[in-house]
Design a protein around this ligand. Sequence first.
Ligand SMILES: [Zn+2]
Length: 182
Amino acid sequence: METDEPAEALYEATDTLVLDVGYQPVKIIRWQRAICMSVLEKVEVLAHYAWAIHTVNEAFPAPAVVRLLTPLRLRPQVVRFSRRNVYIRDDHRCQYCGEVFGASDLTLDHVVPRVAGGKTSWTNVVAACRPCNRRKGGRTPEQAGLTLPRPPSRPRWSPQALLPRVPERVPDAWRDWIFATP
Ligand SMILES: [Zn+2]
């Protein structure tokens, strides 16, 4: 059956975007795997890349977008805890001053500091800019006179979290499927 791709996996321009039966993006896989799924008739190919895969006898265009032919099994989807996913959950916004930053200017802040037993988890870690992180230091928000807009929580799974948010970094063949809004 399917293996879960890590949520922060980097895609390559040769990777294949997978849609569910309802044409919603669900994951990004290696093209080799897309070929296998196509051969096994698990998917239909909706878009191709301009380059082709050559076998001894023939050449066929590489799959850029495929659609699953059977519904996904319903199961709880878990968003892995990672730096990138915390930033996405918090909209790249420092949770203390409310400003938006690039990933390189954000840090992970332990709401309850580690020295006080705070865990590295969805419910105790937020995105914070460097000045706010420094200002807070090893204190709780209350002690530092800072407030959180909401208690941090585990995000619900979203296929969008898997996908590159920057349009220029998306293969052309994917665009219609990722950025089209119903
Ligand atoms: Zn800040």
